[in-house]
Design a protein around this ligand. Structure first.
Ligand code: KOT
Length: 818
């Protein structure tokens, strides 16, 4: 495309170019304050200053956004559409300062307002529109897609309330709503013109002259109103967007006659019902709730997004046969899987495309990423619910299933057991739609998120599908954004790395960290590396900066085994008490993470951790050596503070349960050493950093499965191991508080996650940790080598893998300013 100046427009009306000097930035900031916030320097609140600054920074990305849109339009490329019910984007200001290269200018300009950048960054919003790993992965992937110049849009839901805010009340988790945009969100562009209409309930009617097509007469109509946030690439011109839908009642949902009759609540009840769809994020991670509102959310997201995708397609294309050429839709787990029958419905019923052709297009368009192996996290929906809420989709699913089972029957004649296992409809007490089956059947590619996970998917939960379509199954190992999780989170380490490597090219070519290997033996570099870690610990302020900072930060779930860490803490406590004069290594054990509000066992573990922590803090013999800290309200911002300060990274899930993990990657990249099982991406981390730089313990996935098949007998471990027995007994006796009994009962009873089976091996690994820690040169070398060999875990590499093997998309270069 030509070097058109978009500011010039076609009417010759020139837009003022944004300046590049501190004075010009200051002018822009003042004008944002004056004209957009409607206030003055004299009366501006800190909030006004924050908003004005954010708008000025945003303006500097708007240019790039306009050029990106023009370049994409001109090249009519193949697009990636990422559909995700969750995005954990993290705070925006610091990232956008970095990505727009305006950090320096902004710092000088805010001084003129009598403010500091840090103070304004503290006011920044964090849209907590996700639960954990899956939502943060979506954010890292959109970052890397922009960085790799891939034309992409992320679609999601603009929940009014994000993930709840956690606090501790007497050591127990308490939840408060997260009204994240209560004071506005300067990063968001509303786009009401692109609103969509979404239907629910009702019934279907035949269409004259067609066997297949149906007319859906809805019982409820809801509007989806989009807004978007900018997603700039790093070191490139591309600025993509994440488009988030918010539900609104239509005009007809306000009942004026009731209002006039004084029935105020009734007058708005329909609108309230509509708006509830995007009211709140479901706060559970890795379990399925099966509530009607959740399915409504899913369909709302898919219906709005697909119509938007089709609208965009039709701007430049006419022929449906080109749709799958120009479009790939990546499903972030099964939450958006209803998009598959929805595309079929749109093509067949609304655009009158013939079924077989529509099905060929649909199958070629979608790809599915699975993020779990936990059976309880595999979504299924009761058929009767579907029938009521989405009657037409159920008919389409039945038809898809019938044709699919016919395909299976041809491959495996007479194998009725196989048909039953593979059917999209599960027959049990209650017939249910199996969303993972629908996702596999309706897509071109299916991937797991780490090598082990993808292998277990092929060999266990999706075995029959892998036998039918072996080529469909792939692995794409997760990754994390090095900009957010090294550069922004750990500026000291970033500076040291840049100095060590000679330039900052590693920020979007992370394998270059390998160049640190030769510095690992350089005593002065190692000394500085240690000093960075120490300074980060001082900043965090969780405990003595010279103590071993041992961190376990992730959602609370029994499979992740925070309870195993707790048994270790209790054992250390017992050991120190038994031998107060021992040569103990001071440790700060830092936990952070949320438990689903309805997940009783996980909340008990949180409470017990705090009770143990309080006991230790009150014990003058133990307190000098051991401190337990629980950091409240774990979110992306808090992760950015904790990760740089970590010495030891706890990745201790039962092997075969954690699909990948991404915290493990963030911590290794920041020089924490992992103590972990052979689970998820731990295996790949260990393979890269070297087994001598990783503290391995525990059963592998195969052994764990064997134990489960043979019958796990926790009592055997308890009876055999005096220290384990002492720890469990102390917990059970209520030494640390009442919930101990329940936790101990679970450990000794029905614990699916084999905690006691891995206890001794875990303690042995912790002894190896302490041996290494006593030798600071050795520890620092291990730390540097962890960072040096974790370059693979950049989400830029993840995106390159998706682009090459699943999406088959090419980058589109956005021209620089003319
Ligand atoms: C939630 C509900 C249903 C199915 C899956 C989930 C899920 C999985 N939520 N978060 N995850 C995590 O996703 C991360 C990114 O792939 C993984 O690293 C992590 O192991 C998953 O637990």
């Amino acid at each position: 495309m030509g070097r058109m100046d978009l500011r010039q427009g076609s009417h010759g009306i020139g837009l003022r170019r944004l300046g590049t000097t501190a004075e010009e930035f200051q002018q822009d900031l003042l004008s944002s304050l004056y004209y957009r916030r409607g206030t003055t320097v004299e009366s501006a609140s800190p909030r006004d200053a924050y908003e004005a600054l954010s708008l000025s920074v945003r303006d500097r990305l708007a240019d790039r956004r306009a050029r990106t849109a023009a370049a994409h339009y001109a090249s009519n490329p193949r697009w990636v559409y990422y559909l995700s019910a969750e995005y954990l984007l993290g705070a925006q200001l610091e990232q956008n300062l970095l990505y727009s290269g305006t950090g320096e200018l902004a710092a000088q300009a805010v001084k003129a307002l009598g403010r500091s950048l840090e103070e304004l960054e503290d006011l920044d919003i964090e849209p907590g529109l996700g639960n954990g790993g899956l939502g943060r992965l979506a954010a890292c992937l959109v970052d890397s897609m922009a960085t790799r110049d891939i034309p992409a849009v992320g679609y999601g839901i603009r929940y009014d309330f994000g993930i709840f805010r956690q606090s501790l009340e007497n050591g127990a988790q308490a939840e408060r709503p997260d009204d994240w945009a209560f004071q506005g969100n300067p990063w968001e562009f509303p786009a009401p013109d692109d609103r969509q209409t979404v239907h629910f309930y009702g019934h279907t009617e035949p269409v004259a002259g067609s066997e297949i097509r149906k007319r859906w007469v809805p019982g409820e109509i809801v509007l989806g109103e989009p807004s978007h946030m900018l997603v700039p690439g790093f070191g490139t011109e591309t600025v993509n967007i994440v488009r988030l839908w918010r539900a609104r009642g239509s005009e007809a949902s306000f009942d004026l006659s009731r209002f006039s009759a004084g029935q105020y609540a009734e007058a708005v009840q329909e609108a309230v019902r509509a708006e509830n769809i995007s009211k709140v994020l479901y706060p559970d991670d890795s379990t399925e709730l099966g509530r009607e509102l959740r399915l409504k959310q899913q369909y709302f997201l898919c219906s709005c997004s697909l119509r938007d995708i089709i609208r965009r397609f039709r701007l430049r294309n006419e022929n449906w046969d080109d749709f799958a050429e120009k479009t790939v839709i990546q499903l972030n787990d099964t939450h958006p899987t209803i998009a598959i029958p929805e595309l079929m419905r749109l093509l067949v019923d609304e655009y009158e495309v013939e079924w077989d052709r529509a099905w060929a297009i649909t199958r070629k368009t979608f790809a599915y990423t699975c993020h779990t192996l936990l059976p309880e996290a595999l979504e299924t929906w009761p058929v009767h619910l579907f029938e009521r809420l989405l009657p037409r989709h159920l008919e389409i699913i039945y038809l898809i299933n019938m044709l699919f089972l016919r395909e299976v029957e041809q491959q495996f004649p007479g194998d009725t057991d196989r048909l039953r296992r593979m059917s999209i409809i599960g027959e049990g007490d209650e017939r249910r739609v199996r969303m993972a089956h629908l996702a596999v059947v309706g897509t071109e590619a299916v991937n797991g998120v780490a090598e082990l996970h993808s292998k277990l998917l092929r060999e266990t939960v999706l075995q029959d599908f892998a036998a039918l379509w072996p080529a469909k199954f792939q692995n794409v190992t997760n990754g994390v954004s090095p900009r957010r999780f090294i550069k922004l989170a750990n500026p000291r380490l970033s500076d040291l790395i840049t100095e060590g490597l000679g330039d900052d090219g590693w920020l979007n070519d992370l394998e270059r960290l390998a160049g640190l290997e030769e510095l690992a033996g350089d005593a002065s570099f190692a000394e500085r590396w240690r000093a960075v870690k120490r300074a980060n610990k001082v900043d965090l302020g969780a405990g003595d900066p010279d103590s071993l900072t041992d961190v376990m930060i992730k959602r609370f779930h029994e499979y992740k085994r925070q309870q195993l860490k707790l048994l270790h803490v209790v054992t250390m406590y017992h050991r120190i008490r038994a031998n107060p004069g021992g040569d103990w290594i001071p440790r700060t054990v830092l936990f952070a993470g949320k438990a689903a509000p309805a997940y009783h066992a996980a909340k008990n573990i949180i409470q017990l951790i705090n009770a143990v922590g309080a006991t230790i803090a009150a014990d003058p013999v133990v307190a000098p050596y051991l401190k337990v800290v629980f950091a409240e309200n774990y979110n992306v911002t808090l992760a950015e503070q904790i990760v740089p300060a970590a010495d030891l990274s706890e990745q201790i899930s039962l092997a075969g349960k954690e699909a990948s993990g991404t915290g493990n990657m963030k911590l290794a990249l920041n020089g924490a050493i992992t103590v972990g099982t052979l689970d998820g991406a731990n295996i790949e981390i260990r393979a890269r950093v070297g087994e001598e730089n990783f503290f391995l313990f525990g059963l592998d996935a195969f052994q764990a499965a064997e134990v489960q098949i043979a019958g796990y007998r926790p009592r055997e471990h308890y009876d055999r191991d005096a220290e384990l027995k002492a720890a469990v007994d102390a917990i059970a006796a209520g030494t640390f508080g009442g919930v101990g009994r329940e936790v101990a009962d679970s450990l000794l009873g029905w614990d699916e996650y084999l905690t006691l089976a891995d206890f001794r091996s875990y303690l042995d690994a912790q002894e190896e940790v302490e041996r290494a820690w006593r030798d600071p040169e050795r520890w620092t070398r291990m730390s540097i080598l962890n960072a040096a060999h974790s370059g693979f875990f950049s989400s830029d590499r993840t995106v390159a893998d998706y682009a090459a093997r699943i999406w088959r998309v090419a980058p589109v270069t956005v021209p620089r300013e003319p």
